[in-house]
Design a protein around this ligand. Structure first.
Ligand code: IPM
Ligand code: MG
Length: 367
């Protein structure tokens, strides 16, 4: 049987730096756990624009459709801020999500004990936090038509459309309920049913799907209240299901609870392929961080944890994913810190590569 295939799209800014550490981890699993992957690499975002004039070529798109999983670093940067909207780096990422039909975006927010002091919230509010946001990723206002900027009565008008079909809401809801069944069987659905018809439909459909998951305790919350509750008492949540735009915002909010945006992985999953694996792309929640790119300061943990999610969700290697997560927990407990994790007491931060070194050493020690 051939090895499972991975397409690495490191992208822009700190993307390539953090991805270099993931490549070392992939090599480790080949050498020490006899888990081999066929790895190919390509360009996305500004890096693709620089070479090809588009943020994702058709060839790269086709490759992404064929592999077992895509690993993405980050896209964007100030050099591309003034590009035409249609070729901005972000369009490459959105095209991947849309054309691979990756409708279920899993964004876990977990607070590692060693980092509870780094949260902007009080330690007892975040210690032990473990929540999962399931964000609908292929529809809503990100893709709805009509959209654009046009002239009406001599005035420019900007339009975006929040549009959801019941089928789109339903398939994401099923992913969220399934996730809740594997966790603490609590699901909170967030929308704005008080002001948006799409929110009313959202609430109705999620309630209908609930009939198939009677063991799950379902609650509904307006998304603005959800944002407040996330910073007031985040541990009340287990799984949150929300739309594309609210999910974007709420997941950044949840990320900060854990101490640093440099810690959070994500998985974007679609329907099963012929081999039974879901279409999948894994990426850190953080962006390209142009302010620190090229300086070996970036924290590679979010990207490495994204690979752990790939092991779990694409390759059925839950135990190996846990091994990798435990190695990271261990190095953090031992005091390993990149710059983003330095407390007021200071100290000398590890470089991106040094963080990779200590994680690899912890993996060796786990054998
Ligand atoms: C995210 C990012 C993206 C989004 C951008 C880069 C297009 O913020 O993955 O959260 O808005 O979805
Ligand atoms: Mg975002």
């Amino acid at each position: 049987m051939s090895n499972p295939s991975l397409l690495i799209l490191a992208g822009d800014g700190i993307g390539p730096e953090v991805m270099d550490q993931v490549k070392r981890i992939i090599t480790w699993f080949g050498d020490k756990r006899d888990m081999h992957f066929d790895v190919s690499e390509d360009l996305v975002g500004g890096a693709a624009y620089d070479k090809h004039g588009v943020p994702l070529t058709d060839e790269t798109m086709a490759k992404a459709q064929e592999v077992d999983a895509v690993l993405l670093g980050a896209v964007g940067g100030p050099a591309y801020d003034n590009l035409d909207f249609s070729v901005k780096p972000e369009r490459g990422l959105l095209r991947l999500r849309k054309e691979m039909d990756l409708f279920a975006n899993l964004r876990p927010a977990q607070c590692f004990d060693a980092l509870a002091d780094f949260s902007s919230l009080k330690k007892d509010i975040v210690a032990g936090l473990d929540i999962m946001i399931v964000r609908e990723l292929t529809s809503g206002v990100y893709f709805g038509e009509p959209r654009g900027i046009h002239i009406e009565n001599n005035m420019r008008v900007g339009i975006n459309t929040q549009r959801y079909t019941e089928a789109e809401i339903e398939r994401g809801a099923r992913a969220a309920f399934e996730m809740a069944m594997k966790r603490n069987k609590k699901l909170c659905s967030m929308e704005k049913a008080n002001v948006m018809e799409s929110g009313i439909l959202w609430r109705d459909v999620v309630t209908e799907v609930h009939a198939d998951y009677p063991e799950v305790e379902l609650t509904h919350m307006y998304a603005d209240n959800g944002a407040m509750q996330l910073v007031r008492a985040p541990k009340q949540f287990d799984v949150i299901y929300t739309d594309n735009l609210f999910g974007d915002i709420l997941s950044d909010c949840a990320a900060m609870l854990t101490g640093s945006l440099g810690m959070l992985p994500s998985a974007s999953l679609g329907s099963p392929m012929a081999n039974g694996r879901p279409k999948a792309m894994y990426e850190p929640v953080h962006g390209s961080a142009p302010d620190i790119s090229g300086q070996s300061k970036a924290n590679p943990i979010a990207c490495i944890l994204s690979f752990a999610m790939a092991l779990r969700y694409s390759f059925d290697q839950g135990e190996e994913a846990t091994r990798l997560e435990k190695a990271i927990e261990k190095v953090l407990a031992d005091g390993a810190r990149t710059g983003d994790l330095m407390g007021p007491e200071g100290g000398v931060p590890l470089t991106t590569g040094q963080m990779g070194d200590v994680i690899l050493a912890a993996l060796d020690a786990s054998l």
